[in-house]
Design a protein. Structure first.
Lengths: 340, 286
């Protein structure tokens, strides 16, 4: 459905994206993951024909975005990082205008009703957009992208600025969209992307550093990085001497705990080694209550760091895992909101 | 195109802009009508239109200042330029909307000479000619305003620059009338060549070709000057006169409808619409 070949964009001497190559099949939900300034927005702006690349090609449904812009753009619905809405229009007027410029004639009324229902804005259709909250504007922006039933829907940071409830609703909408459309979305939040996407492209400094399915990402989770954060109640010296007996733990560092009478430990058994049971048995033997034990969460930055340092770059690189990647859930709510 | 046109017309009347323009336009016409026609018991309504053109530098920016700058500011240009509409259709829709509002103003103005008709013989051909010229001149100025509004995302800057541009166009006759030496003309031509090279570089980012174009142009111009400097005589006047859109309006007020003048105004407007399309398309150039 979408082919991106050798895409490069330079702003003066700064290279925003550097030789991107990927293809997206019809019906896929693909997430672009990357920190701010990684080139996600630039890539999307090029794919939608808003700006041109310095070199490289984008084809949408077999149509080159530069050679046949009007026909290629007819296949795309785009929600940019700022919802492109007119404050002085009512929601229904705005969507009618969008239907006008997208050339929707037949069955327009039904389509607009359907779209508004999908993002649950039917009840605010008579309100002026400038009086809407950020979350509702975002939904109007998404409704705009859906008008005309385009084959591809591209969303730039669709959940930014939304509250946790709205984020979950937005995820549901994206999943529903994925049944009928090819969906591409970007985010800088790992959980966000892995919760809804079939496939994840991780972009850093304009390059794809890894791609993989969320399942593939979760696999690494079983192994973990081997590092555990543990909070134990008891005397520091006694605990440390008890831990010295456990040979499986390679590194130990300790500091005074946040709760009184406890210490916080950072224990490392090396990559791929599960030390949780050993810690439990050791502490149980010595009668030190474990108040908390959790794998160290890798932040996105740490993933990038290890990805860029590692030799296993490129397609399907195995990722060091952040601890709490939500497994893709089947349908509807039930996500772990505490991650957000 | 129709979608953009409808939206712009709506915006003129949901915002203040449309009313401000019409009010100010009709106020100006009313003032001059009172002074030149009513007070002096004179039927030469074309003088009123002539005097109103002096205020185009205020009237036209009201129409054009927000057309593209506001889209850029609220990022709705991303919607327009990623839609299946062609850039030409978007620009034309906006131009026609501004032009229509201008026509509404002119249409209301037609009432004034009709009022005068009962009091004596009117110079019909001159008044009709003045109306035609007025509309064409308005179209040319609106095209310039549309072009300027695409260059910035700030309405105020767009308005001020448009004011300046139309004001300079208004004064162009005065500049053109000055006779300059052939050497000054040569310097002028060289500056224009350098500017063309700079614009070329800015658009294509190919330094070698831009410098080559510039250097070859400079050599040819200097060579021509050494061979026969009379070629350069009055070249500034000729160039400036091409831009002096207001000078041609006076021909219309004499009741003369020259085909060449009509074509001039239409091509002048078309040129600036074309430039506007190109500025937008430039984002999609390699």
């Amino acid at each position: 459905m979408i082919e991106v070949k050798n895409l490069t964009k330079k702003y003066g001497i700064r290279t925003a994206i550097d030789d991107l190559n990927f293809s997206i099949k019809a019906g896929e939900i693909v997430g672009f993951l990357g920190p701010n300034g990684a080139g996600k927005t630039t890539t999307m702006n090029i794919m939608t024909g808003f700006i041109a690349a310095t070199s490289g090609d984008v084809t949408i449904n077999g149509l080159d975005i530069l050679a046949e812009p009007e026909r290629a753009k007819a296949n795309i619905g785009y929600l940019p990082d700022t919802p492109p809405v007119y404050g002085d229009m009512r929601v229904c007027e705005y969507l009618n205008f969008v239907a006008d410029i997208k050339g929707v004639r037949k069955g327009r009324k039904e389509m607009l009703e359907y779209v508004m229902k999908q993002v649950s804005i039917s009840d605010i259709s008579r309100r002026l957009i400038k009086n809407l909250s950020r979350g509702y504007r975002q939904r109007v922006g998404l409704a705009q992208a859906m008008v005309g039933n385009p084959k591809v829907i591209i969303m730039d940071e669709p959940t930014i600025g939304l509250d946790p409830k709205q984020i979950i609703e937005m995820r549901d909408v994206v999943k529903r969209l994925g049944k009928k459309h090819t969906v591409i979305l970007s985010s800088h939040i790992m959980q966000e992307v892995s919760a809804v996407c079939d496939r994840v492209l991780i972009i850093n400094r304009g390059k794809i550093v890894a791609t993989g399915t969320p399942e593939g990402l979760s696999e690494g989770l079983q192994k973990g990085s081997g590092q555990m954060q543990v909070r134990v109640k008891g005397e520091r010296e006694q605990i440390l001497s008890a831990l010295r007996e456990v040979s499986i733990i390679k590194e130990t560092s300790a500091e005074k705990g946040k709760e009184s009478g406890t210490i916080d430990l950072l224990l490392n058994g090396g990559e791929g080694v599960d030390i949780r049971e050993a810690i439990f048995r050791c502490m149980a033997r010595n009668n030190f209550p474990i108040l908390m034990m959790k794998p160290t969460e890798l932040t996105l930055e740490e993933i990038f760091l290890s990805l860029t340092e590692s030799d296993r770059l490129g397609i399907n690189a195995t990722l060091p895992q952040p601890a709490e990647i939500a497994k893709p859930e089947n349908e509807g709510g039930g996500e772990d909101v505490s991650n957000l | 195109m129709l979608a953009i046109y409808k939206k712009e017309m709506r915006t003129y009347f949901t915002h203040m802009m449309g009313y401000v323009f019409l009010a100010f336009f009709l106020l100006l016409v009313g003032i001059w009508f009172t002074l030149l026609n009513v007070r002096s018991a004179d039927g030469n309504f074309h003088h009123v239109l002539s005097n109103v053109t002096i205020f185009f530098f205020i009237l036209i920016p009201i129409l054009t200042m927000r057309l593209f700058s506001e889209e850029a500011r609220q990022k709705t240009d991303q919607l327009l330029f990623t839609s299946p509409l062609s850039v030409g259709a978007i620009v034309l829709g906006k131009f026609l909307a501004a032009f229509s509002l201008f026509l509404i103003g002119v249409g209301i103005t037609v009432i004034f000479p009709l009022l005068l008709r009962g009091y004596g013989e009117l110079p019909v051909s001159q008044i009709t000619g003045a109306f035609v010229g007025f509309v064409l001149l308005g179209a040319a100025c609106i095209a310039v305003g549309v072009f300027i509004s695409v260059l910035t995302d700030n309405q105020i800057i767009a308005a001020v620059v448009t004011m300046g541009a139309i004001f300079v166009m208004f004064l162009m006759d005065a500049f053109a009338a000055r006779h300059t030496s052939t050497f000054v003309s040569l310097v002028f031509v060289l500056l224009v060549i350098a500017a063309v090279a700079a614009v070329w570089y800015n658009a294509t980012r190919k330094a070698v070709i831009a410098i080559a174009v510039g250097v070859i142009g400079l050599i040819i111009a200097s060579g021509l000057y050494l061979l026969n400097n009379l070629i350069f005589d009055g070249i500034i006047t000729r160039v400036l006169l091409w831009f002096s859109v207001f000078a041609r309006f006076n021909v219309f007020t004499r009741g003369v409808l020259r085909f060449s003048d009509v074509i001039y105004y239409l091509s002048f407007s078309a040129l600036f619409i074309y430039l506007t399309v190109n500025v937008i398309e430039k984002r999609r150039w390699r």
